[in-house]
Design a protein around this ligand. Sequence first.
Ligand code: TYM
Length: 331
Amino acid sequence: MDIVVSGIRPTGNLHLGNYFGALKSFVKMQEENQCFFFIADYHSLTTHPTPADLHGNVKTVLVEFLACGLDPEKATLYIQSDLPETAELYLLLNMNAYIGELERCTSFKEKIRTQPQNVNAGLLTYPTLMAADIIIHRAAKVPVGKDQEQHLEMTRTFANRFNRLYSVDFFPEPVAFNFGENLVKIPGLDGSLKMSKSENENNSIFLADSPEVIRKKVMKAVTDSGPVDPGQPRSQGVINLFDLMSYFSAPDVVNHFEGTYQSGNIRYGDMKKQLAEDIILFTTPFREKMMALAADESYLKKVAALGAEKARASAAKTVREVREIIGFKSF
Ligand code: TYM
């Protein structure tokens, strides 16, 4: 039985990338591990410092966690800001995190490009906060998508550095994990490599999207003017469509469209129609559960309170030991 930690930022509804990159693994892992899954509301402030409805966004993700099958009795489901111990460990880790290594982080460089008007210290130290989230429960496994691989590598660096500097064998080395598969990257509908909530709204399909919205978005997905000769590279939009189909459609459906592509007879419109219906079939049960859960405020309150209590017991123990290791003593 491993200790497992992961989190998702509350910056809108969860999309199919969040599901296949993380949530699907969360649901499987809760059965046989000691799992901590949280909503990363501190982290969301690095890109959205003055959110219009922070609490509403947190509620959305909590509802989506539960609708996807996370069980508050089996796993610890909590909200990051309900665990101020994380902030203390973050502060302590920052003392041994070097500007150079933080500046080299790919996600930081990307944020400099995408939000040049707000390159804040929280963005720079995003990886130390994420490391604190993980090692505060002394986790071994972290179910995440491929985009988080570098952050996990940095977490290992910070954990090892702590052990070395204070001559202890306290923090384990956590590894990124996607259940039974390689780390996943779900592509966008707009021909971009990654489905992402920060891209334009036609990039992503959300678990909460209605069938009409899903049909509209998929029909607008980027393709090209037709099949290329075998051996020639396909356009990114078409690669993405086939990639998405491999997640949502039956293998014989994928083979059928692969065959029509190979023979030069594919009609992208037919392929998109099929893909949209298969995605709708997949998301409908989640959407129905979400609507019921969103109305049950008292249940959500109970789930959050139980999660905070369980998470704090684990985190307080780690922080107490870290203080002792570093040498803080009370008079
Ligand atoms: P966030 O909120 O961007 O994404 C949550 C999870 O969804 C995965 N994901 C994807 N997976 C596959 N294909 C995609 N297109 C795709 N888009 C998103 C992400 O890899 C992630 O697993 N830094 C984290 C939140 C976090 C965290 C942590 C995670 C904070 N502290 C501690 C693990 C452990 C983030 O921004 O995820």
